[in-house]
Design a protein around this ligand. Structure first.
Ligand code: GDP
Length: 365
């Protein structure tokens, strides 16, 4: 499962700077991602995971393939985008496909960089962006309502959908995002909701872009973003897009030193990737063979055959069983055969719910 994150925000908040850093990180990692294409608005970036490094060290394989996150640079959001300003609806079409949004908010002061709204004011900026997303959703729901409403006169099921859509329309009209639409109300229109890809239904991570000097200390604007996000139940990553660009070209050792000099342990992008996992309820499991150790991404609650299907659809279809070792056992005992001897290697069937950090060997037809 490729995890897709769309980078949004007003112009001049640092989106391209951040995206260029991601592209550089992708170029550095490209040897391990032969399947990823280099596209102008899309970067596949590895998610660092110390647990995978442990697995690789124990099974002594030459190659390590991390899980990855696909970032999409979605330019063109300005006040009025939902009514066709800027790239308008073309912009909005681009964000329908992603799993989550990374909303970059300008929290740095820089006289040389013009602010499209005149001054640095994170809460106003967030308001502008969220209003555009909400207006776009309102339009989407209204369009569907018109279509369904016509047919609903002769079809009882469609009548129910139309009624629920009307409640949703009122919810959005009151300025509330689709993600807070009550579950019970949403039930009759789950297929419609999946189909509409509403923008305010997507999980959002706020990305406060600060100057390097404010990274470890934060600043009053970051605080405003934090408070806003806390009310919305969203995560906040504090990054400096400029620093990410500097970090992208460095080796692991150099990176650690560079971050350490700012009192930091991880880069903003590493932080963001971790949050994307958390926000979307994703976990990783690990596999290895003679050639490589690899991390795979699944949703929490996923059963063994579906997890196998992430590797290859044939694995899901022909699933027989999974040999599973918990990571703690794998590390403590030093590998698979020791785990087998110690009796902690479990044989699991198709009802098994895969746990974060499981080291798995699938057997299939
Ligand atoms: P976009 O329109 O959102 O894609 O913004 P850009 O990435 O093009 O950035 C706009 C301007 O802000 C550029 O001149 C960047 O160098 C500058 N900028 C971006 N991030 C930072 C930052 O963290 N600190 C400072 N001081 N300037 C930044």
């Amino acid at each position: 499962m490729a995890l897709g994150v769309g980078i949004i925000g007003l112009p001049n908040v640092g989106k391209s700077t951040l995206f260029n850093a991601l592209t550089r990180a992708q170029h550095a990692a490209v040897a391990n991602y032969p399947f990823c294409t280099i596209e102008p608005n899309h970067a596949t970036v590895p998610v660092p995971d110390a647990r995978l490094e442990q697995v690789a060290a124990i099974c002594r394989v030459p190659k390590v393939i991390s899980a990855s996150v696909d970032f999409y640079d979605i330019a063109g959001l300005v006040r009025g985008a939902s009514t066709g300003e800027g790239l308008g609806n073309k912009f909005l079409a681009h964000i329908r496909e992603v799993d989550a949004l990374l909303h970059v908010v300008r929290c740095f002061e820089e006289a040389d960089v013009v602010h499209v709204e005149g001054t640095t004011d994170p809460l106003r900026d967030i308001g502008v962006v969220e209003t555009e997303l909400l207006l776009a959703d309102l339009q989407t729901v209204q369009n569907r309502l018109e279509k369904v409403g016509r047919q609903a006169r002769i079809d009882k099921d469609l009548r129910r959908e139309a009624d629920a859509l009307e409640v949703l329309r009122q919810h959005l009209d009151a300025g509330k995002p689709a993600r807070s639409f009550p579950r019970a109300e949403a039930d009759p229109i789950l297929p419609a909701l999946a189909d509409m890809h509403l923008l305010t239904d997507k999980r959002t991570i706020f990305c406060a872009n600060v100057g390097e000097g404010d990274l470890s200390t934060g600043n009053p604007q970051v605080e405003q973003v934090r408070q806003y996000a806390a009310r919305a139940g969203a995560d906040v990553a504090v990054i400096s897009a400029r620093m990410e660009a500097d970090l992208a070209g460095l080796s692991d050792v150099e990176r650690a030193e560079f971050l350490g000099s700012y009192g930091l342990r991880e880069s903003g992008m590493d932080q963001t990737a971790r949050m994307a996992y958390h926000t979307l309820g994703l976990i990783s499991f690990f596999t290895h063979n003679e050639a490589e150790a690899r991390a795979w991404t699944i949703r929490r609650g996923c059963r063994a055959p579906q997890a196998a299907g992430v590797i290859h659809t044939d694995f899901e279809r022909g699933f027989i069983r999974a040999e599973v070792v918990a990571l703690a056992d794998y590390v403590r005992l030093g590998g698979e055969s020791a785990c087998r001897s110690a009796g902690v290697l479990r044989v699991e069937g198709k009802e098994y719910v895969v746990q974060d950090g499981d080291v798995i060997h699938f057997l299939f037809n």
